[in-house]
Design a protein around this ligand. Structure first.
Ligand SMILES: CC(C)(COP(=O)(O)OP(=O)(O)OC[C@H]1O[C@@H](n2cnc3c(N)ncnc32)[C@H](O)[C@@H]1OP(=O)(O)O)[C@@H](O)C(=O)NCCC(=O)NCCS
Length: 235
């Protein structure tokens, strides 16, 4: 039996999808990622994709040019970050940061999740992005962090808002999740302020600093976002 493009890509043909469905949008996103990578690599050899948030804030698709600055920021904020992020203790040298960036690039190259470095003026102040997409179900989950001196300025709420917009409008996601350790009140404020729904707690869902911690799960659905979001571009 003849297989469609959707079956090749996803291993199944979703029944009754309209032409403009999120899944089709996701296929286009994957093609755009590959095209972008080809042009970036063949052209200048640099990765320049940028999401500008406002005059002082922008997010740049993570690339090897960010390696030194990113590692220095992690090094300078080790204690602040390790409290909530399980990967910090394993990031010991610029080579560790390089291998993280290389894996982020290859994920994006294969049409999957984007990671961004956040720039406040010309200074790299943190990072945010999606964990690998659950492609069959159209689900993306967000992660984020900032250097300590850049917290409390409203930077991350603006970046997450831009990522949500990107995830629904360009990546074709149907649901975006944010999982925060229940004790991480600062992080929980972000989805709460942006209008995510609180789905509940997953007990012992993350191994952090030698013990299991509960995670609060927040989510937003594309249908709700596209239909009623106050951020809707036509609103
Ligand atoms: C979690 C984290 C990213 C939050 O970043 P942040 O920039 O401080 O978060 P926000 O953008 O939401 O801003 C925080 C505060 O700044 C305030 N703020 C908002 N806009 C502002 C502005 N324009 N000027 C000044 N302050 C502002 C807000 O009032 C907010 O406080 P509130 O939630 O009590 O109202 C940061 O604390 C961090 O990196 N923590 C360690 C790593 C971590 O926990 N990562 C998440 C793992 S799940």
């Amino acid at each position: 039996m003849k297989r469609t493009g959707m079956e090749y890509r996803y291993g199944f043909e979703p029944p009754g999808l309209p032409e403009d469905s999120l899944l089709r949008q996701h296929v286009l996103y994957r093609l755009r990622c590959r095209l972008y990578c080809m042009v970036a690599v063949l052209g200048t050899g640099r990765w320049e994709k940028t999401l500008r948030i406002d005059q002082s804030l922008e997010m740049q698709l993570l690339c090897l040019n960010h390696k030194a600055e990113l590692f220095d920021l992690i090094e300078a904020n080790r204690e602040h970050l390790r409290k909530w992020l399980p990967w910090v203790d394993g990031t010991r040298s610029p080579a560790d940061t390089e291998s993280f960036i290389r894996s982020a690039i290859s994920q994006y190259e294969s049409g999957n999740n984007p990671h961004y470095a956040i720039f406040y003026g010309s200074t790299l102040c943190g990072a945010c992005g999606f964990h690998p997409f659950d492609i069959k179900n159209g689900v993306g989950s967000l992660g984020y962090w900032l250097g300590h001196r850049y917290s409390g300025k409203g930077i991350m709420a603006l970046c997450v808002k831009a990522l949500v917009e990107h995830g629904f409008r360009e990546c074709g996601l149907s649901r975006i999740e944010i999982a925060c350790a229940t004790g991480n009140t600062r992080s929980r404020r972000i989805p709460e302020r942006l209008g995510f729904e609180y789905d509940g707690v997953l007990r012992d869902n993350e191994f952090l600093n030698g013990r299991y911690v509960d995670q609060a799960i927040y989510s937003m659905q594309a249908s709700a976002f596209l239909a009623a979001s106050p951020w809707h571009s036509d609103a």
